[in-house]
Design a protein around this ligand. Structure first.
Ligand code: ZN
Length: 241
């Protein structure tokens, strides 16, 4: 069996504590639902962290021992401390994987890593979403069929102001007629980033078996590889010149 991938599941954890509608869907918080899905996988070692913990649960030690960080935030993006964001960015450039979920598109860390507004259209529609696989050979769709269907989700629509993905894995269709690039892969430095769209706080999306499978696949894809240390700066020549 491969060595465990250390995953930290980060959640803002405000909606579920402040509003009974969302607490009913996620009684232990969105992070515990995501973590429970990942804990079904023998190759993943999972812990959680939330905004209101000291340093948001993302101390230098915690990040140093994290292979892949997953991120769910929405209403409190601005409360994430800039020094913690800088720390996460450094770790991504060093090779830590980052899986950004749903409204995490507007998080400080995702916007910083993308360099664009990351804005989009949205509507709390309670309508159907169909996520079409558009990269059938990609490791993130291992075990997934032609598409995933969610009976109820929030709508996100194009234009999604992100850089063109290096790999586009899913395109979503919504009952209202909109489409959205809902599975986008990037590299930044030695790190890999997967943005995955579904997961509004009022829908039980993170209990859906195929959504759980995609997130686990995304974690595995984003995990660091034992590649070379990155070397920068002035160097001596390897050959006599
Ligand atoms: Zn949402």
């Amino acid at each position: 069996m491969p060595a465990s991938i250390n995953v930290t599941v980060w959640n803002e954890y405000r909606h579920e504590r402040e509003d009974a509608r969302f607490a009913r869907v996620y009684p232990e918080g969105i992070h515990e639902a995501i973590a429970a899905g990942l804990r079904e996988c023998d190759d993943l070692a999972v812990r959680t962290a939330t905004l209101d913990e000291p340093e948001h649960g993302l101390t230098a030690d915690a990040l140093a021992t994290t292979d892949v960080l997953t991120w769910w935030g929405h209403k409190a993006h601005a409360e994430v401390a800039d020094d913690v964001v800088a720390r996460i960015q450094t770790r991504v450039l060093e090779g830590m994987g980052l899986v950004v979920l749903h409204s995490g598109h507007f998080s400080k860390i995702f916007k910083r890593l993308m360099g664009t507004t990351c804005d989009l259209k949205w509507r709390e529609a309670n309508g159907r979403e169909r996520l079409w696989v558009v990269a059938p050979g990609h490791p993130i769709v291992q075990g997934i069929g032609e598409y995933i269907e969610l009976e109820q989700e929030e709508m996100y629509g194009e234009h999604f102001d992100v850089p063109p993905p290096e790999s586009l894995v899913f395109v979503s269709w919504f009952a209202g007629g909109e489409v959205f690039r809902s599975g986008c892969c990037y590299t930044r430095g030695a790190g890999k980033i997967f943005y995955f769209r579904p997961g509004h706080e009022s829908h039980p999306t993170y209990f859906h078996p195929e959504i759980r499978r995609v997130i686990a696949n995304g974690v595995r894809w984003a995990a660091p590889v034992a590649g070379p240390q990155r070397v920068f700066g002035n160097v001596r020549p390897l050959e006599a010149i």
